[in-house]
Design a protein around this ligand. Structure first.
Ligand code: ATP
Ligand code: MG
Length: 460
């Protein structure tokens, strides 16, 4: 079963060239920017191919997220050809050609760099830290991660070229690494997350050998740069298949290397309420992506880390810390620990902490506090989060329903329904239980006041 040679076990001889008449990739599905770059390179005498996820997705009949191009032109050549071009990366030098909102990534064919002791390829403990050795198109295919990701669509004759058996894997809905899985994961541990993510996105099976190594080598992710892991988290959780990605990470025991606190909290979640909250949060985000609504990493991290922060806050409260301080301390601790694995940019950190800190405030239903909470810039996200917490208890479901109802009312009626201040309301814990005096009592004093009910979405 071992496949050190990417072509082994393959029925077709490789490379396999599939002429235009025998595949479904059409230029009509390729973005305007990508076509301009492909033709610009070709007209200047270079080889130019669409490659990677775009070819894979087009062959599967899916709309690609972005279009990557591989060429024998160097980044400098590309820059000379396109005015709207900038060179990026040191570890992996690339050209970006910019067409308004579209960025077309152009990479020069990479070689294996074997026997080459130059500065251009840097490997430490089997990990590739820099890869700027140019090579042939075939070598470029071999250094890619999965066989389905190493297909080329050649603009010269519109054929699809397969050097590694990618077509066969596409037909079998299977992810196989090119070469020995353990070696390829060691070279770049993030490929393990890509395996889980692509299996989720495409609904493919991870080949047995590639899957077995995930369990053995998952721990290598602890050495991966935390900023890169944040990027990968965004791709896993915010691209429309977050729930499927999460389940893959659980299945292959990779989640604990990214979110150890979450795995710990889930292991102690006897009722299953936390798992329900997390899965609903992810499914909700997927639904938003499907509807074309905006999504934010902040809400999702608030969901993933909730079990940990809620447990810690409860401990601090039990030890006598006052409520506001308990939540603040718990949030800081959880974020600091998590930041060692996944670098969550500060602006999202603030939003996450707000979403958590606002939760106990939903139990306070005096007029002043209700209006103040609804005017909070993060009210909407915190309210959406409260609804998710309905998984935890009947009291929280009731609280969610109450806040839903209040927001649907015109401001003057909101005012009418609320007590100006009651002792019970101020001492209500964060259980979401309905404090006494918060019922539909009419109070004359509040008539006609304007509520600042924010209309914004939870994505801010
Ligand atoms: P998506 O559709 O989600 O963008 P993708 O496969 O296109 O998935 P990208 O990150 O856009 O993912 O990468 C483009 C291509 O670059 C891949 O298809 C693969 O050929 C190659 N590639 C990306 N990351 C790696 C990696 N870590 N190791 C080897 N090759 C990689
Ligand atoms: Mg891509």
């Amino acid at each position: 079963m071992s496949s050190d040679s990417p072509a082994s076990g393959h029925s077709q001889s490789l490379p396999r060239v599939i002429p235009r008449a025998q595949h479904n990739v059409s230029r009509k599905q390729v973005s305007r920017g990508a076509l301009k770059v492909l033709y610009g390179l070709k007209d200047a005498g270079f080889r130019a191919c669409l490659v990677g996820g775009a070819v894979r997705d087009l062959l599967l009949g899916r709309q690609p997220k972005d279009f990557d191009i591989a060429t024998d032109a160097t980044p400098e050549d590309v820059r000379k050809l396109f005015r709207n071009c900038r060179l990026i990366g040191r570890r992996f030098r690339l050209a970006h050609v910019i067409f308004g909102p579209e960025i077309v990534e152009v990479a020069t064919f990479r070689g294996t760099g074997e026997g080459d002791a130059s500065e251009d390829r840097h490997v430490v403990d089997g990990r590739i830290l820099r890869d700027n050795v140019w090579g042939s198109i075939e070598e470029d295919a071999l250094r890619r991660d999965f066989r389905v990701n190493a297909l080329y669509y050649d603009i010269a004759d519109f054929s699809v070229i397969d050097y590694v058996g990618g077509i066969e894997d596409l037909e079998q809905k299977r992810l196989r690494l090119i070469g020995d899985p353990a070696t390829r994961y060691r070279e770049d541990p993030v490929r393990m997350l890509r395996a889980a993510r692509l299996a989720a996105k495409l609904d493919f099976v991870i080949d047995a050998e590639a899957a077995a190594s995930l369990h053995e080598l998952g721990h290598l992710l602890t050495d991966a740069p935390s900023a890169r892991l944040f990027d990968e988290c965004q791709k896993m959780f915010l691209a429309g298949y977050g729930l499927a990605s999460f389940r893959m990470l659980v299945k292959y025991d990779l989640l604990r290397h990214l979110f150890p606190g979450t795995v710990h909290a889930l292991a102690h979640d006897k009722s299953g309420a936390l798992l329900t909250l997390v899965e609903r949060g992810l499914a909700g985000t997927d639904a938003r992506v499907a509807d074309g609504r905006p999504v934010t990493p902040a809400f999702l991290f608030a969901v993933l880390l909730w079990g940990e922060v809620a447990t810690l806050a409860a401990q601090l409260l039990a030890d006598g810390t006052v409520q506001s301080l308990a939540w603040q301390r718990a949030a800081h601790r959880v974020m600091a620990e998590q930041g060692k694995r996944v670098a969550i940019p500060r602006r999202f950190g603030y939003a996450i902490e707000d979403i958590w800190a606002l939760q106990p405030r939903f139990a306070e239903r005096t007029r002043k506090r209700v209006f103040r909470l609804m005017a909070h810039p993060r009210f909407r996200a915190a309210y959406d989060f409260l609804l998710l917490r309905g998984a935890e208890s009947e009291a929280l479901r009731e609280s969610g329903a109450w806040w839903t109802e209040i927001q649907a009312l015109p401001p003057d009626q909101v005012s009418e329904q609320l007590a100006p201040k009651t002792a019970a309301a101020n001492t209500a814990a964060d259980t979401g239980e309905k404090p006494a005096g918060s019922g539909r009592r009419r109070h004359r004093g509040g008539r006609g006041r304007k509520a600042a009910v924010p209309k914004s979405d939870s994505s801010e």
